[in-house]
Design a protein around this ligand. Structure first.
Ligand code: UDP
Length: 140
């Protein structure tokens, strides 16, 4: 299996509850390595741009307000089959449907305030990494 990269966000509900370390520990235990990380307070423009694919969905406004409500931690994760590995440890979007041991099962508050974002394909991972990081900020 090839070593690849994915993009992760520790969302405001998790940073607010001081769960940055707990979430990162789960990612590391799943075999992912943090090769870039920064804490930012997203602007409205960044949040709207990042989630543009969802702009016609009914939850878009609420999602943007949530993502700019508190700081987040954006990360680049590296590992074997990183996108899938990360999606597996994140768990289902709705924490009520997430499997035991996943980040969202343990920490998410609701389908909206669900603690983490993770890219859903290698192609999106590349775009999302480039949205927040310059190549020289990533140290593998
Ligand atoms: N979301 C929401 N309500 C919904 C579906 C999604 O608030 O009914 C939010 C939630 O924070 C989710 C994000 O929009 O993580 C992106 O949705 P997506 O379907 O891409 O889920 P993910 O890939 O994050 O599991």
């Amino acid at each position: 299996m090839a070593v690849t990269r994915t993009f992760s966000i520790i969302k405001p509900d998790a940073t607010r509850r001081n769960l940055t370390g707990a979430v990162t520990k789960k990612l590391e235990e799943a075999g992912l390595r943090v090769v870039a990380s920064k804490r930012i307070h997203m602007t409205r423009e960044q949040a709207e741009g990042f989630y543009a694919v969802h702009k016609d969905r009914p939850f878009f406004g609420e999602l943007v307000e949530f993502m700019i409500s508190e700081p987040v931690v954006v990360q680049v994760l590296e590992g074997e089959d990183a996108v899938k590995r990360n999606r597996d440890i994140m768990g289902a979007t709705n924490p009520a449907e997430a499997e035991e041991g996943t980040i969202r099962k343990e920490y998410a508050l609701s389908i909206g305030e669900n603690s983490v974002h993770g890219s859903d394909s290698d192609e999106n991972a590349k775009t999302e990494i480039a949205f927040f990081f310059d190549e020289d900020e990533i140290v593998g």
